[in-house]
Unconditional design. Structure first.
Length: 404
């Protein structure tokens, strides 16, 4: 069985986050919704003295391009504030302002902007009157559990209304906004809340089933919905059903290029590997992690999960009768993954101390049986000294033959 090993050159990036802050672990994050409002294209300026409204339209279009096309929230922010001075009742501008603040890490200001947009457009009307459901999905992610449920349900209600009345929005615009996927994400977000923060609610399990069923009816092959279903089945101790859902989720995108629209976001695929490890599907988890490593090898969580997975795989090989000689290879590979995890953890000033501590604990356990620097082929518990003598004897024979 071929082992999964990192490349020879280990990641030793010393770069820190652009903001100078400690980076957040993707294992403790939730997926994000992109509001992506559709601003009109900036009109041509054939008139030497265009009206103020036209200038404002250009200003908003420029801010939208800076935010969505150039990824420059710091440059978009002053333009949006300038636009709002003359257009204080624009929900579209407030949505963009919220996005800019999210990108810049100002969560409090983002919440205020999305809240103001929601007060201006409580029904999630179609542009240009309103901006639709996305602001409610953002507010859900920025709120505590009980409040998040209210916002998520509001967003779901608006998305369903839009999808049931296709004439309300241009079909091309509906497809571009990805409303079915946003519906699935919101429903799965609700299920996750009732699996975690509100798990003690008397109707938590039935609500989880309801939300994930709705999500799968909307998009039967959605990887996110299938992973949420697997999480529910794990909590119900229905491991076989969970594994079936996880493999189905992976099969849906494993043959696709990373940029394909059906490939889930990077963070969701990291979570898929975590769930596969939790259900004992180590080989499949390593396949997912290897693909992720090819896309971006600068995430400590990635290397931690790979090391943890290889350690568990080796542990199983060590305990099984047919695993003789294979577990050492798995544990050596695990050590390499964990070393990369710790290098990146320090370089990026990662904030999840849990993965650092667990990585060190696993490495300590490996070191007890496979001390670093041990000669290749010298297994733990074996007669390492005898192996060394055998090697020396062969070398002496070879010298004698050369002399003759």
């Amino acid at each position: 069985m071929a082992k999964t090993r990192p490349s020879k050159s280990k990641s030793k990036s010393k770069s820190k986050s652009k903001s100078g802050k400690r980076e957040k672990s993707v294992l403790n994050s939730t997926g994000a919704f992109s509001t992506n409002p559709h601003a009109t294209t900036a009109p041509s300026t054939s008139n030497s003295n265009p009206p103020i409204a036209k200038l404002d339209e250009d200003l908003l279009a420029e801010a939208t391009a800076l935010l969505h096309e150039s990824s420059s929230p710091d440059a978009a922010l002053p333009l949006l504030k300038k636009y709002l001075r003359t257009n204080p009742n624009s929900p579209q501008a407030y949505d963009l302002l919220g996005e800019a603040h999210i990108e810049l890490g100002d969560i409090e200001a983002a919440f205020a902007a999305f809240s103001h947009s929601a007060s201006l457009d409580p029904e999630g009307q179609v542009p240009p009157v309103g901006t639709g459901p996305e602001k409610f999905l953002w507010l859900a992610q920025l709120s505590s559990a009980e409040t998040a449920v209210v916002y998520y349900e509001r967003g779901v209600e608006i998305i369903k209304r839009w999808l049931s009345t296709p004439t309300a929005l241009d079909p091309a615009a509906t497809a571009e906004r990805g409303l079915p996927k946003k519906l699935v994400s919101a429903l799965c977000g609700l299920a996750e809340i009732y699996m975690s923060d509100l798990c003690m609610s008397p109707d938590a399990e039935s609500l989880c089933e309801r939300y994930v069923t709705e999500a799968l009816l909307a998009l039967p092959e959605s990887a996110i919905a299938l992973q949420t279903l697997a999480s529910i089945r794990i909590s119900q101790q229905r491991v076989e059903d969970a594994v079936a859902a996880l493999k189905r989720a992976f099969d849906g995108w494993k043959g696709l290029p990373p940029a394909h629209e059906d490939v889930p976001p990077y963070a969701d695929r990291v979570n898929l590997s975590k769930l596969l490890i939790e259900t004992g599907e180590y080989e499949v988890a390593l396949e997912v992690l290897e693909r992720l490593k090819e896309e971006d090898d600068q995430l400590p969580d990635l290397w931690y999960l790979g090391g943890w997975c290889l350690f568990l795989l080796g542990e199983g090989e060590k305990e099984s009768k047919g695993g003789e000689g294979e577990w050492e290879e798995s544990w050596e590979a695990a050590r390499e993954w964990l070393e990369n995890c710790l290098l990146l953890y320090d370089a990026l000033e990662w904030e999840d101390e849990g993965i650092r501590d667990h990585a060190k604990e696993i490495m300590s356990n490996i070191e007890k049986e496979l001390p670093e620097g041990m000669d290749e082929g010298e297994g733990a518990g074996g007669d390492g000294e005898g192996g060394e003598e055998e090697g020396e004897w062969e070398s002496d024979d070879a010298d004698d033959e050369m002399k003759d």
